[in-house]
Design a protein around this ligand. Structure first.
Ligand SMILES: Cc1cc2nc3c(=O)[nH]c(=O)nc-3n(C[C@H](O)[C@H](O)[C@H](O)COP(=O)(O)OP(=O)(O)OC[C@H]3O[C@@H](n4cnc5c(N)ncnc54)[C@H](O)[C@@H]3O)c2cc1C
Length: 376
């Protein structure tokens, strides 16, 4: 074990976790190279919900104001039945102080642009269309050969390359694969209804829940989780029809949105839910963060939040301790928290698919709020 602190880190993957790590590491004075496989930025998905714990870290990173100005703030989650009648309100926690809301949501593309602009401004060196060809662990660092042919030495390599992480396979073997959970998620953007002033969830009886999440004053998305036995493939031209069929049991605002706005298959996004939780997150001078080691289903809206927290924590630890010690401390701070999110999200999905089980959906959300309110 050396007593030298990290000076130079390579991040693999320019998603939410990788770009946030670039910001957090630059803010503590560590040199950052980031390589992203895609030759051009393209951001998949609709919107991203950031709950109190994530708003807290965004504020510390100095990007909460920008996120707020591109998104929509709210302090509660409304739970309704399939007929659209309110059942309960779950209040959020203003963890970043009164100046910031308990929750916010914004389009993924806006979050990406904010993260990329900040990482670039802080001096992270970002290359597109590049990845790691191979790496060699050394006693005091890691030697990395990139697909450009360049070979560079780093104190740490951070794999933030998502659920199908190549760095995970190179480090720990390719026997670890994400698993389909039996459900999928449907999303569609549309104009915000005036009454949808917070994340609003409608509890269905047929294998999933529907809901709305406001993204801007004039924009929201409708979402649904559904049981999809056998992980079927869907024709892209049929997505609007399939989404409508799955929403058939709902009345009230969901029915209105379904009938008025789910009309264009190109506007509907379907994603099978896959998950992976790794027992080991690092070896030598390589660390995996985000979906590469703890990809969760979106039932608690915390997947990106956990990637963001990982990024903040590893920067704090690398600033304070030599690399090996920092990695040990990182695991203590991150493992159980991320495991809780993955397991509780899976539990909610299981309850949705088997309505004969005794379920406590609201209790799971309240417990998540308690756990994530704890300092990271
Ligand atoms: C339907 C759905 C809704 C969700 N909603 C929410 C939500 O509301 N709130 C929330 O907190 N979370 C949500 N999540 C989870 C969230 O999207 C993920 O947890 C988050 O994106 C993980 O970030 P990441 O940086 O670890 O991985 P990713 O976002 O997957 O980023 C990985 C990056 O690495 C790049 N890459 C891949 N392979 C390589 C390689 N070999 N070399 C270099 N680069 C590579 C990719 O191109 C990508 O840019 C949702 C997920 C789903 C499926």
């Amino acid at each position: 074990m050396t007593n030298i602190k990290a000076k130079k880190v390579l991040i693999v993957g320019g998603g939410i976790g990788g770009l946030t790590a670039a910001i957090a590491l630059r803010q503590v004075g560590i040199d950052v190279d980031l390589v992203e496989l895609k030759a051009e930025w393209s951001v998949y998905g609709v919107g991203i919900i950031q709950q109190g714990n994530v708003v807290r870290e965004m504020a510390r990173l100095g990007i909460a104001d920008q996120c707020l100005s591109h998104g929509y703030s709210f302090d509660k989650v409304r739970i309704c039945n399939a007929q659209g009648n309110e059942l309960t309100i779950i209040p959020g926690k203003r963890l970043a102080g009164d100046a910031f809301p308990a929750n916010m949501a914004l389009p993924r593309i806006d979050l990406h642009n904010i993260l990329l602009e900040k990482a670039t401004r802080l001096g992270a060196h970002i290359e597109l269309g590049v990845t790691v060809e191979s790496f060699e662990q050394k006693p005091d660092g890691v030697s990395v050969c990139l697909t450009t042919g360049r070979i560079s030495e780093y104190d740490l390599l951070i794999g933030a390359d998502g659920i199908y992480s190549k760095i995970r396979a190179m480090l720990l073997g390719d026997q670890f694969k994400p698993v389909f959970t039996g459900q999928g998620g449907w999303r569609c953007n549309m104009p915000r209804f005036p009454e949808i002033d917070c994340l609003t969830v409608y509890r269905g009886e047929r294998g999933g829940q529907a809901g709305f999440c406001p993204l801007k004053d004039n924009l929201m998305y409708m979402l649904q989780t559904t049981a999809e036995p056998g992980n079927p493939w869907f024709d892209a031209n049929e997505l609007h029809t399939l989404f409508k069929q799955r929403l058939a049991e709902f009345e009230g605002p969901i029915a209105r949105a379904r009938d008025e706005f789910v009309t264009d298959p190109a506007q509907v996004i379907y994603k099978p839910f896959e998950t992976i939780f790794m027992e080991q997150w690092h070896a030598g001078r390589v660390l995996l963060i985000g979906d590469a080691v703890h990809a969760t289903t979106p039932h608690l809206g915390q997947g990106a939040g956990m990637a963001i927290e990982d990024a903040v924590v590893i920067a704090e630890e690398l600033q304070a301790y030599p690399v090996e010690k920092a990695l040990e401390r990182f695991m203590v701070r991150r493992f159980e928290r991320c495991k809780f999110i993955v397991e509780t999200s899976l539990q909610i999905g299981t309850w949705e698919m088997d309505r004969s089980l005794p379920a406590d959906f609201d209790g799971a959300v309240r417990r998540m709020l308690e756990v994530t309110a704890q300092p990271i």
